[in-house]
Design a protein around this ligand. Structure first.
Ligand code: UGA
Length: 439
């Protein structure tokens, strides 16, 4: 099948390469000429494990091309819309890229073609776009994407489920999408067909649930801190209940990235617009709990050091999660800013995200170090904010020799506390009580 993917950011670039790897002929379109050039050379514009290799391999087969000319979609039967929907000032999703892409694509749509939305949009957007597309004779479907950064290719090729939102009784569209996803369906991936509005909601509801789960455990962490209990043991215990499940119960500095924070805010805004604001009011608290964790890191440091003014603090991890160079709404960026505002000298390191942080946050006053060792040299405290394997595997005995004060704030609850304490460190972690540090 000939497929176009309109918008080659995180979602689109991965989708284009993955569809080509399944044997489809794919043209990826993006308005950013530099991004198109990079992709055409087989280079992803961001770090995602395995993506450069997949791009290179699929480009070499001749089945994957990139262009910034929308006219190049003309030969495709299925067009995936994968442009970004950033947060606007009000918190609502900004649909300007969606609207511009659809307007630009319309001249190339016709009977028998299908426009498939993948972007995360406020419920009701697909109905509006379907009306715009209808005069061309093309159909419109919504097919939300659930990929996680760092696992994007696997999540695209072997998702937990595939959701098609289609207009009432549109069996033709279902048949076309089945042909696109024939490989996954043959391997038993489940497929749910819904109306357009439900498909749009599935995506934001899933992210809202995940964000709520994380904030739930972080709220328990706040309580655990007050009463000197241990949130990690608590998560292990409640997670044994199959109805609850242990995944996404990792307490720490909280969620960031380009999806969960903006999606819950967009969901709140859209719920209010449709007269159901009360239904998502709890998501405001989810957001607040999440942001409070960032304050708590700074508070913990202040509790331990007494004075942040002039303290040299090493921050391990800048990306919003490991295996990613994405610093969008990263807790670490926020914490670095707050530490600087409190007068600390911050030196930060990350295996992948330093360049992205420099580009996206030129305002940050921070020294970047190439390695954890360099960042920790002479530090008065160390804060772990992204759980990269290389930070989890640091040797507390060796690292003790380089720091000025062996104080570790484990912002992700991933270090083996006993080992670090045995090596002479004082360890504080989120949701693990204050006395635990010296037990
Ligand atoms: C998230 C969803 O997990 C995907 O299903 C969805 O497709 C994607 O958003 C999207 O909308 O495009 P992603 O943003 O890549 O994926 O990252 P997650 O793995 O969900 O992690 C989000 C944040 O939550 C990270 O900052 C992570 O450190 C944090 N987190 C995660 C916790 O603090 N605790 C946990 O237990 C799990």
């Amino acid at each position: 099948m000939i497929i176009s993917v309109i918008g080659c950011g995180y979602l689109g670039a991965v989708h284009a390469a993955s569809m080509a790897s399944l044997g489809h002929d794919v043209i990826g379109i993006d308005v950013d000429a530099r991004r198109v050039e990079k992709l055409a050379r087989g280079e992803a514009p961001f770090f995602e494990p395995g993506l450069d290799e997949l791009l290179t391999a699929t480009i070499a087969t001749g089945r994957l091309r990139f262009s910034h000319d929308m006219a190049d979609i003309a030969a495709a039967q299925v067009h995936f819309l994968a442009v970004g929907t950033p947060q606007s000032e009000s918190g609502a999703a900004d649909l300007r890229y969606v609207d511009a892409a659809v307007a630009a694509a319309i001249p190339y749509l016709g009977p028998g073609t299908l426009l498939v939305g993948k972007s995360t949009v406020p419920v009701g957007t697909a109905d509006r776009l379907a009306a715009l597309v209808a005069p061309t004779g093309a159909a419109l479907a919504w097919n939300p994407e659930f990929l996680r950064e760092g696992h994007a290719i696997q999540d695209t090729l072997s998702p937990d489920r595939i959701v098609y939102g289609v207009a009432d009784g549109d069996g033709t569209t279902v048949g076309i999408l089945d042909a696109v996803y024939a490989d996954a369906l043959a391997r038993g991936v489940s497929r749910l067909v819904t109306d357009l509005r439900t498909a749009e909601l599935v995506k934001v509801a899933a992210n809202a649930f995940l964000a709520t789960k994380i904030s739930f455990i972080n709220a328990m962490a706040e309580i655990a801190e007050k009463v000197d209990a241990d949130v990690v043991a608590l998560a292990d215990a409640i997670g044994r209940d199959d109805r609850i499940g242990r995944r996404f119960l990792n307490a720490g500095v909280g969620f960031g990235g380009g999806c969960l924070p903006k999606d819950i805010r967009g969901f709140i805004a859209r719920s209010e617009e449709v007269g159901a604001g009360e239904a998502t009011a709890f998501l405001r608290e989810v957001d607040r709990i999440n942001l409070r964790r960032r304050d708590r890191i700074v508070e913990l440091l202040a509790e331990e050091l007494g004075e942040l003014q002039g303290a040299r603090i090493a921050v391990l991890g800048i990306a919003f999660k490991p295996e990613s160079d994405d610093v969008r709404d990263s807790p670490a960026i926020d914490v670095i800013g707050r530490l600087h505002a409190a007068g600390a000298d911050v030196v930060a390191t990350d295996p992948r995200a330093i360049e992205a942080a420099r580009r996206a946050h030129p305002e940050l006053v921070v020294e970047y170090a190439a390695t954890a060792r360099e960042a920790m040299s002479d530090a008065g405290a160390v804060v772990l904010l992204t759980e990269w394997t290389e930070f989890r595997e640091l040797d507390p005995v060796e690292e003790r020799a380089v720091v000025r004060t062996p104080l570790m704030i484990d912002g992700r609850n991933v270090l083996d506390r006993e080992r670090w304490i045995a090596a002479g460190w004082r360890v504080r972690a989120l949701g693990r009580g204050s006395g635990a540090a010296s037990r």
